[in-house]
Design a protein around this ligand. Structure first.
Ligand code: SAJ
Length: 423
């Protein structure tokens, strides 16, 4: 007899949970749960509240039903938790996760497979999630399975999505591991790698993102050094990247934003610190990346001095607020640090980001470039590429390229151009 198809629930319908819920709903009876009633209503109207090609394409036909009523998960066999795990300063904030777990544990039936996808530091599933589920549900460890499968969604990436990204899965039990691997293998056409424990699976995510952060810090430190040495770092990275092995190009910039890369290392730093180990290297990399907005504003200061301008009375077009190109997500964006530094220096800032209208001063590029003395690029949105071909107002004397997006462009010779790392 064919085994009964599991009923699935996905808790948290953001840029991680919604694509996952849609892909699950294409195969299983899937319920989406989110506390945001507007988001729930949009999804039930077949409209996506997130920018995601896969969701746009499949939401309607997936038949995904969403609700804000968590008690509806009582009949679910597999429950996936995809809620945010932000940091307050450098302290991980697990309250959204604990809240979701508590709500689920109140209603979940015996035998459930609970899968946490939210990014957590090693130890959270064993030391926080498991005891919380047992306390609130009254179940023993044998009454449910717990697994961790860290999310790997890359916002704005058209190539890699939830259906084709390799995954790692860890569990507190052989049955939990087998059930979770089977579930992911049924919806993901990619490698699903079983890990030896919950902790190993948690560690994979923080390690892969810390790897990215330290590599970005490496080129950012080189950028500050090569600025003094007068060496074009971007060209040097291009050169190093011709080595077909043992080199992975990362690029310098005005800072590291987003909800993953600048955040995840702190999970590991804090957890290890609590166990008597100080991650000096990870912490230094964080400090270097966090210093890049100040370095970028320093470049503007130097350039303004060269054209006999000072910050006071100078109008600066700050182009880009999002943390990376062509997305609207502005969490932990270095652009906001730059804006604060410019405000503190007495400059007048005109901010424009086509993807972040809510925090923009103006709402089109022409308005941003009118009556300003300098341009500072904080995000390399495609829309800004046309600056290279525009006849810029003669008042603009300086362009600071925080993403080196114009390093190959033929800009107006009258413009004083500075990139990151003498690009
Ligand atoms: N950045 C640099 N230099 C680089 C790469 C990035 O300054 O060489 C900056 C970006 O401008 C941005 C920040 O770092 O401000 C983060 O950029 P990101 O490309 O790493 O973008 P994220 O935060 O969306 O990272 C995601 C991660 N995916 C997951 O956590 C599931 C990360 O693991 C991926 O490596 C990354 O996408 C990717 O490769 O695009």
């Amino acid at each position: 007899m064919a085994s009964k198809q599991p009923k699935v629930a996905v808790i948290g319908l953001g840029y991680v949970g919604l694509p996952l819920a849609v892909v699950s709903a294409l195969k299983y009876d899937t319920l989406g749960v989110d506390t945001n009633k507007e988001r729930v209503a949009l999804i039930n109207e077949g409209k996506s509240p997130v920018t995601d090609e896969l969701v746009d394409k499949h939401l309607k036909k997936s038949g995904l039903h969403a609700t804000a009523d968590i008690s509806q998960i009582a009949d679910r066999d597999i429950i996936l938790i995809c809620v945010p795990t932000p940091v307050n300063g450098i302290k991980p904030d697990l309250s959204p996760l604990e809240g979701a777990i508590e709500s689920v544990a109140k209603h979940m039936k015996k035998g459930v497979l609970l899968i946490v996808e939210s990014t957590v530091n090693p130890g959270v599933c064993d030391e926080i999630v498991l005891p919380l589920v047992k306390r609130v549900s009254g179940y023993d460890e044998q009454d449910f399975d717990l697994a961790h499968c860290p999310e790997r969604i890359n916002p704005g990436d058209a190539k890699w999505d939830v259906t084709n990204i390799n995954r790692v899965v860890g569990s507190n039990s052989p049955s939990g591991l087998a059930r979770a691997v089977d579930f992911y293998k049924s919806i993901v056409k990619a490698e699903i790698k079983p890990m030896g424990s919950l902790k190993e699976a948690e560690a994979v995510k923080v390690v892969e993102n810390s790897f990215r952060d330290i590599n970005i810090a490496f080129v950012n430190e080189l950028a500050m050094s090569f600025h003094k040495l007068g060496i074009n770092l971007e060209n040097v990275i291009d050169g190093a990247a011709t080595k077909p092995f043992a080199f992975m190009a990362h690029r310098p910039g005005c800072g590291v934003g987003g909800h993953c890369i600048p955040v995840d290392p702190y999970y590991l730093i804090e957890y290890a610190r609590g166990h008597g180990f100080e991650h000096d290297f990870l912490s230094l990399a964080r400090r270097i990346n966090n210093s890049m907005p100040e370095f970028t504003v320093g470049l503007l200061q130097e350039a303004l001095n060269e054209v006999q301008l000072s910050f006071k009375g100078t109008r600066v077009a700050l182009l880009g607020l999002a943390y990376k190109r062509n997305v609207g997500d502005d969490r932990e964006s270095p652009a906001y640090v730059i804006r604060e530094l410019l405000d503190a220096e007495g400059a007048e800032v005109v901010a424009y980001d086509p993807f972040v209208p809510s925090n923009s001063t103006v709402h089109d590029l022409d308005s941003a470039l009118k009556d300003v003395d300098a341009i500072l690029i904080a995000t390399d949105h495609d829309e800004f590429k046309k600056i290279a071909s525009l006849k810029l107002p003669s008042r603009i004397k300086v362009i600071i390229d925080g993403r080196n997006m114009f390093r190959h462009a033929k800009l107006d010779k009258k413009l004083l151009y500075r990139g990151i790392g003498s690009a």
